[in-house]
Design a protein around this ligand. Sequence first.
Ligand code: HEC
Ligand code: HEC
Length: 362
Amino acid sequence: MNRYMGVFFFAFLLIWACKKEEPTEEVHTPTPYTLETPASLPPANIPDDNPLTVEGIALGKMLFFDPVLSGDSTQSCGSCHNQADAFTDNGKTFSEGIQGLEGTRNSMPLYNLMYHKRFFWDGRAESLREQALLPIQDELEMDESLDKVVTKLEAQDEYKDAFKAAFGSEEVTTENISLALEQFMNTLVSGDSKFDRWQSGDPNTDLTESEMRGFDLFFGEANPTVVGNQGADCFHCHGGPLFSNNQFMNNGLDEESAFTDMGLWDATGLETDKAKFKVPSLRNIAVTAPYMHDGRFATLEEVLDHYNEGIKISSTLDANMQAIVDFGIDLDEQDKQDLINFLHTLTDEVYLNNSDYHSPFE
Ligand code: HEC
Ligand code: HEC
């Protein structure tokens, strides 16, 4: 090494050393959040690429309850998803968007979404993050462009801070909006109803005789040749800890000629998917009237009348519905009352009142 090279080398070292000492961007570390799920539910199922963080959930909650996400800043996600109604729309059959226009489907309850594979009655969204951006842009709902939402949020210091805390940058992106909303919605958990307490053997919780009869009917087979107690055959589709099999099915609401909403067919285009809808969970069903994708039934009694004597035959009718038609479930007034009483044990007051889900703006 000659003298000049040595000098250069020394100078390079010096520059390199100085560079290293320049203040670097502070390393961003949001606080990991562990979701506690009740023993009645499967283990938490959170996507690896969007782990829950305290800051991400807090931002998601702000976004969920902030009307600034809508075109005229009057409507938030929370307007049509009210906690006391298991995040459905205040007993309305159809929701009204900001233009006063009505949609064509009944608002859906929001809980245990982390276990679902597809979203909406027709399953057209395959992830919660994908789902979350759709109502914002839907002209029958919040009717706002994502670009404008980003601009409106970037104008508020509170949001710049919240995005920085959650994602390491003040820059508001639609991707981060959807990820934060996904995080908040993944924390909505319901698994602490009277039924859950009874099932876990809680000595302070007993089902009444009528609730117990309803339970037996719910989980009993319609087919009399199957061993076991005879029943109303609800569990095939609404069974398991989620009270839903997570599938899309036709439960016989309409005859083929009267199909107006094509359900899953809208998402897949398959003939065999016509008039199939998401099998809804029956947790908290007592507080989410009216019922079905179009809110056609006002009460649980009307729902039971449908299964008892109103099932319509069509090419996509589910085989278990056909079995109910073939064997008959012959519910009398007492059976109906017992089933309804059982369904009422699925109401989870802990979830309905959980202050973690309250609007941060109240
Ligand atoms: C104008 C009322 C309205 C607003 C505002 C609204 N929703 Fe909904 N939401 C509905 C209706 C109605 C459905 C069912 C629509 C369908 O199936 O086509 C639904 C469905 C959903 C579902 C699907 C649940 C499931 O089990 O598949 C999720 C999740 C959801 N909304 C979250 C949100 C979020 C997040 C926002 C805010 C960005 C929002 N909603 C704003 C009315 C609304
Ligand atoms: C073959 C599967 C299947 C069986 C069996 C079944 N259901 Fe359903 N159930 C569905 C589907 C699918 C829907 C949604 C249909 C729609 O909205 O178009 C539904 C909707 C409901 C709803 C309305 C939920 C809401 O959020 O609006 C209630 C309540 C209900 N079922 C109760 C029962 C009861 C009680 C039984 C037993 C008597 C039963 N179901 C049997 C598939 C089934």
